[in-house]
Design a binder for this molecule. Structure first.
Ligand code: SF4
Length: 172
């Protein structure tokens, strides 16, 4: 798997202060995509053990404390990315207790293959669906168009969504 960017502290992609990893590769090619340079699966650099360790270390750092990991792209659920993303999630679950994992994908929950579903079963929140320019709304939290859904997968995910939306006084 290649990655296009990594932000060790990020306050845009999900609630709280987070680590955000932008993986490379996306086949959806949505019109108006905010990150078209990440469509190529070989964009950026290879995701190595050192990157994985950096993510673990950053998630466990105390200054500033991170709420969790956000996986964006590109598409973390691109079939070619699934194995590496699943391993990353396994390691975060093992080594970073209490941290949430949010994942953005252009696929829809109901259409996922088994490897994609396996990943989604291990995360706290999924934001799914292609970006649709006709449904674009810049005021939406954490997503670009109204067809995209914020789907909690765990109690922690539900709590994070609720806390943030109450604080922001906006609705899903
Ligand atoms: S799914 Fe996301 S990264 Fe892929 S083309 Fe659509 S907006 Fe861009």
């Amino acid at each position: 798997m290649h990655i296009s960017a990594y932000y060790p502290t990020d306050m845009v992609n999900g609630p709280g202060i987070r680590c955000t990893l932008f993986v490379s590769g996306c086949v959806h090619h949505c019109k108006g995509c905010y990150n078209a340079r990440t469509w190529r699966a070989d964009h950026g650099v290879v995701f190595t053990e050192a990157h994985l360790q950096q993510v673990i270390d950053d998630l466990n750092a105390v200054a500033p404390p991170r709420s969790g990991l956000s996986l964006s792209g590109g598409d973390p659920l691109l079939p070619a990315n699934c194995e590496a993303v699943a391993e990353l999630i396994r390691q975060v679950r093992k080594q970073c207790p209490g941290k949430s994992i949010w994942c953005w994908t252009g696929y829809e929950l109901e259409t996922l293959t088994q490897p994609q579903q396996t990943i989604v079963d291990e995360i706290d929140v999924l934001i799914d669906g292609r970006f649709e320019q006709a449904l674009c709304d810049p005021n939406l939290p954490w997503r670009g168009s109204r067809n995209q859904r914020i789907i909690p997968r765990t109690a922690l995910g539900r709590r994070e969504i609720a806390a943030e939306l109450l604080a922001e006084d906006v609705s899903v």
